[in-house]
Design a protein around this ligand. Structure first.
Ligand code: F6P
Length: 536
């Protein structure tokens, strides 16, 4: 931990080293060491991670490994994976790794083994998915269910929708899966217009069963069912996925149609839990199990590999290096795969909700910047949108490019090759720029020296996606631990939610208890204007 009051010697050594190495360009670093490409790349599971185009050398790696050791990161992962209450502010374990651990593992929380309950939920998910996928799950009129609408927001949406899209090639061809998260009515209306209520089921995912957006969507979905054919047996069309079973029952969900989410899994880490039910329906229990195996493989490697060959740790430390020492405030994630278009928004929640914090666990403020702005979009489209800024803009944006060698079933392999050619070209140009002598006008000159990481995998399969998800989860957690913040809470989002509720209640009911005219001059004016527009 490195607040102004407790900066360690290792942190100071890194600052000093940063002053030295920032004087060198990536071209110089590559000239100094002709083997950088292999010296700064590692295999991690089925993934190949290349950080050779980051502003680092072997001393950086040594110092960063000292930093990891100083923060007892390995012990943290052991504690996390064995059920210690590592989520300090909420006094809970963060046991997402248990959800993909082998069934015969024993993981105790307050003396109770959590594995039997995990296995029970997984079995219930498998039965439900297999039933639905084989046309045996019937709606209230006796018609088989063929459409699934997943309602939920944040962690109850971003992971499942990302993985569903990423694995669309593995999806059941006759089952429609839709996701709705926005409170904007157009989203749900347009989805429902495409569907038949007789054959539609809603999966309502909310850990708290208290999230305004999700509850509103559920109420509208219920109305749609009631107004159409479903006069009785509504519960056959509604599934709840939650830690708050009682609340779900109060909202009219049938007990047997509720899947439990453990209290100790954070929303953004919940894909391998029942929150992944829509994905399991889409790709089937076997492929879902491959996803879990991929995650488990990287969990085991993260906790056992030494620093030099530990991909999650190397990436975490590269992030810390770029943010806290080289002072790059953002990082762009560029997957060269259109299936991975939801990966950047998924990572925005994972990394920014986990690391967008300034209070250290010991209560001190931070002297250096922590947590990056995560953004991005798929290559090659983004090359034609924002890459100009990445190559010549006044801010340096470290990039992370993800590539896959094989196309699905080897179809259109030439396009897959072309995607990789583009990925490689962009990371080369970012690092090395253009040769000055060949450039006739200054505007055409590319300075280069813009860092990037490349993560390469054989193919986008459930097993590989599982590895990628686990890699990013552990990298995020490791960064949080070293920065001294709790990666598992999200207190910063709570106040806005309660104020929105207050304003909404006051607008609907004109309740005197919440007087909108006493908010502040900006809100007052905006509310007045909103009402004028609404009534015009
Ligand atoms: O607004 C943030 C958040 O609390 C996320 O952490 C969470 O994933 C999301 O809301 C949805 O919460 P829930 O699953 O309880 O509806």
């Amino acid at each position: 931990m490195h607040s102004s009051s407790n900066k360690t010697q290792i942190w100071s050594n890194l600052e000093e080293h940063c002053n030295e190495i920032s004087k060198k360009s990536l071209i110089e670093l590559f000239n100094e060491n002709q083997k950088r490409g292999s010296d700064f790349s590692i295999p991690f599971g089925e993934l190949w991670i290349d950080i050779s185009k980051q502003t680092i050398d072997s001393k950086t790696i040594q110092l960063l490994s000292d930093l990891a050791e100083e923060n007892k990161i390995n012990q943290f992962f052991i504690d996390m994976m064995t059920g210690s209450p590592v989520n300090l502010t909420e006094k809970k374990p963060a046991l997402h790794t248990a959800l993909r651990a082998p069934k015969d593992s024993k993981i105790l929380v307050e003396g109770e083994n959590v594995m039997p309950k995990i296995a029970e939920t997984l079995e219930k998910m498998e039965k439900f998915s297999s039933y639905l996928r084989s046309g045996k799950l019937l709606g209230s009129t006796g018609a088989p269910i063929t459409s699934v609408v997943a309602l939920g927001i944040g962690g109850s949406n971003l992971g499942p929708v990302m993985a569903h899209k990423a694995l669309s090639k593995f999806a059941h061809p006759e089952i429609t899966i839709e996701f709705c998260s926005s409170i904007d009515s157009v989203d749900l209306d347009q989805t429902l217009n495409r569907l038949n209520p007789e054959t539609t089921i809603f999966l309502v995912t909310s850990k708290s069963f208290n999230t305004r957006e999700t509850l509103l969507l559920m109420e509208n979905a219920k109305k749609w069912l009631e107004e159409s054919i479903v006069t009785s047996g509504l519960s056959k069309h509604l599934v709840g996925i939650t830690s708050a079973r009682d609340k779900a029952i109060k909202y009219g969900l049938e007990e047997s149609m509720i899947f439990d989410l453990p209290d100790w899994v954070g929303g953004r880490f919940s894909l391998p839990s029942a929150a992944g039910l829509a994905l399991m329906v889409s790709i089937g229990p076997d492929e879902f199990s491959n996803l879990l195996s991929g995650m488990n493989k990287i969990d085991n490697k993260t906790v056992s590999e030494p620093f030099e060959s530990n991909g999650a740790l190397l990436l975490a430390l590269t992030d810390i290096w770029n943010r806290s020492f080289l002072d790059h405030p953002t990082m762009a994630i560029i997957p060269y795969s259109s299936q991975m278009s939801y990966f950047p928004p998924y990572l925005q929640q994972l990394m920014m909700e986990s690391l967008g914090k300034t209070h250290q666990n010991d209560g001190h403020g931070f002297s250096s910047s922590i947590g990056s702005v995560i953004w991005g979009a798929t290559g090659t489209e983004s090359q034609h949108a924002f890459f100009q800024f990445l190559h010549q803009g006044s801010d340096v944006v470290p990039c992370e490019m993800l590539g896959f060698s094989n196309s699905y079933k080897n179809l259109h392999q030439e396009q897959q090759d072309s995607l990789f050619a583009n990925l490689l070209a962009q990371s080369e140009v970012l690092a090395f720029g253009s040769d000055t002598e060949e450039v006739p006008i200054p505007e055409k000159k590319l300075e280069g020296n813009r860092p990037s990481t490349v993560i390469l995998a054989p193919e986008l399969t459930p097993f590989i996606l599982g590895q990628l998800i686990s890699l990013y989860e552990h990298r995020t957690v490791a960064s949080g631990v070293i920065w001294g913040v709790n990666p598992f809470d999200q207190w910063g989002v709570e106040l806005g939610k309660s104020i929105a509720n207050d304003i909404e209640l006051a607008m609907i009911n004109s309740r005197p208890s919440v007087d909108n005219s006493k908010r502040n001059s900006s809100s007052e004016k905006l509310l007045e204007k909103f009402k004028n527009f609404r009534n015009s």
